[in-house]
Design a protein around this ligand. Structure first.
Ligand SMILES: Nc1ncnc2c1ncn2[C@@H]1O[C@H](COP(=O)(O)OP(=O)(O)OP(=O)(O)O)[C@@H](O)[C@H]1O
Ligand SMILES: [Mg+2]
Length: 458
């Protein structure tokens, strides 16, 4: 358990301290130095935290900022909290035991304070019973069996006594029967709100899956806040870059900044990674004093290449997942759809335009059922490579790196002679080179636009 005081200590840089690039750009840990406010979703979360008895479900794409937002708001609103990371194969009992273990650390230090001991003699003796039961549970090493003292009710009571909140990360990784039991525990937390108004559990999960909690128990409707953390807007991503650059006393060109936003595609994690890579490529390790503050576009280009190289295996797997067909299939409609869509650029196109493009080229495919293939390409089983923009009515490739991969793949494939069958694979080096050229072009375009816009304003 981390207390409010420790968190403050972690975020307040001491006078004279120089930020390291790893303090500022944090692709794999919650953002502290570059935190940007999340508008409406943040207000919804704060309201839910403040409403007695309200339990919370937070869901959204991986990397959209769920953990960062929850952690930030918890430290502003709660004295303390505990976090249980759910993993595949965990039982409801092992989840409970993890929470008791974390609470133990807190109670141990609390009970050492003489003022607390005399005021809470009863609590002290009850916790001693829990601590003994906990040791027994660890000895038993049976993830299905807990001593009778270790129930969800007693956990709620001890969390309530110290006004702590319980966060369940990656709730969707649990099997269904365990989820149902956790949903029931959350309901019990609601019922105990009369005694402990601050008692709260927050279930965090992937898109759509965390909401299952409510589906398991109809009585929970209306008493649970379901909050979706959307992908970041371009303005929010730009803000991460601006804050990060100002903390490190460096400058990204307009083109580099716009390209980072473009390639991040709403994912804060990618934005942090690209900024970090650019610093590394430019030889920046920590906050700059005076002198060379501006990162060259060359460093930024290198940052994208680094990213493409390290991610190319997973990007390729996503593409292969999207286009996989049975060996005996006469044609591959998934591939035809993606090849044509990748010609339309980042905004994508409508189903009508796509059909026209495919029939003009006379490609062999299941043209009468394109809608079905497009729907499947949006699902996780096909790598979720397509998305739909309800405002424009257009389908587009959901990740710019996957888009670049497709363009490089189809271009390289059409340049090769003869029948390549299923054997064609785009090598990482070629992909990285393709991406680098594309990025350079986009930086130059953006810088040109920026220059002409500045000229106009002058
Ligand atoms: N509001 C924010 N301001 C600045 N950076 C952020 C913000 N939210 C998230 N980030 C950055 O983006 C990265 C991903 O965020 P986070 O881990 O919170 O996402 P998540 O939705 O919990 O992802 P997952 O589902 O994979 O756990 C983090 O490394 C963090 O540094
Ligand atoms: Mg998370």
């Amino acid at each position: 358990m981390i207390t409010k005081l420790e968190w403050k200590g972690m975020t307040d840089a001491a006078v004279g301290y120089k930020y390291s690039i790893f303090d500022v750009f944090t692709p794999t840990t919650p953002a502290k130095e570059t935190f940007v406010e999340r508008g409406n979703v943040q207000d919804l979360l704060v309201d839910a935290f403040k409403t007695p008895g309200k339990q919370i479900i937070v869901y959204g794409h991986s990397g959209s900022g769920k953990s960062t937002l929850i952690e930030r708001k918890l430290f502003e609103l709660y004295e303390k909290h505990i976090t249980t990371a759910c993993m595949r194969g965990m039982t409801f009992e092992s989840v409970l035991l993890d929470a008791f273990d974390q609470l133990d650390l807190y109670y141990e230090s609390l009970m050492k304070q003489s003022s607390v001991v005399s005021a809470n003699a009863e609590l002290r003796s009850q916790w001693a019973t829990i601590a003994a039961a906990k040791s027994k549970a660890h000895e038993l090493q049976n993830s299905r069996l807990l001593p009778p003292q270790l129930t969800a009710q007693s956990l709620a009571r001890f969390l309530g006594e110290v006004k702590a909140c319980w966060v369940l990360e990656d709730f969707h990784k649990l099997e269904e029967p365990e989820k149902i039991r956790l949903a029931q525990a959350m309901k019990m937390f609601m019922d105990m709100a009369r005694h402990y108004p601050e008692l709260k559990a927050v279930a965090v999960g992937a898109v759509a899956t965390a909401r299952e909690v409510v589906q398991y128990d109809q009585e929970m409707r209306g008493r649970v806040s379901e909050i979706e953390v959307p992908l970041m807007t371009d303005a929010e991503l730009k803000e991460i870059i601006r804050i990060g650059a100002s903390k490190l006393n460096i400058e990204f060109s307009k083109g580099a900044s716009a390209s980072i936003v473009l390639f991040s595609n709403g994912l804060a994690s990618t934005c942090h990674q690209l900024c970090l890579n650019a610093c590394i490529a430019h030889g920046i390790e920590s906050e700059r004093g005076d002198g060379d503050r501006r990162l060259s576009d060359e460093s930024f280009k290198r940052s994208i290449t680094m990213y493409a190289e390290s991610a190319s295996d997973s990007i390729r797997q996503r593409f292969e997942k999207a286009t996989k067909v049975k060996r005996r299939s006469k044609f591959n409609t998934y591939e035809v759809v993606l090849r044509h869509l990748s010609k339309f650029g980042p905004d994508g196109t409508t189903i009508g335009e796509l059909t026209r493009s495919i029939s003009e080229d006379g490609d062999d495919c299941d043209i009468n059922n394109l809608g079905r293939y497009i729907a499947l390409l949006q699902q996780q089983e096909r790598g979720g490579v397509l998305s739909f923009n309800a405002d424009s009515g257009k389908y587009f490739v959901s990740d710019p790196f996957v888009m670049s991969y497709m363009q490089a793949y189809f271009e390289s494939r059409s340049n090769r002679q003869g029948d390549l069958g299923d054997t064609f694979v785009l090598d990482n080096e070629r992909f990285a080179r393709f991406i680098t050229d594309r990025v350079l072009k986009s930086i130059l375009e953006q810088n040109d636009t920026a220059t002409s816009m500045t000229a106009l304003h002058l």
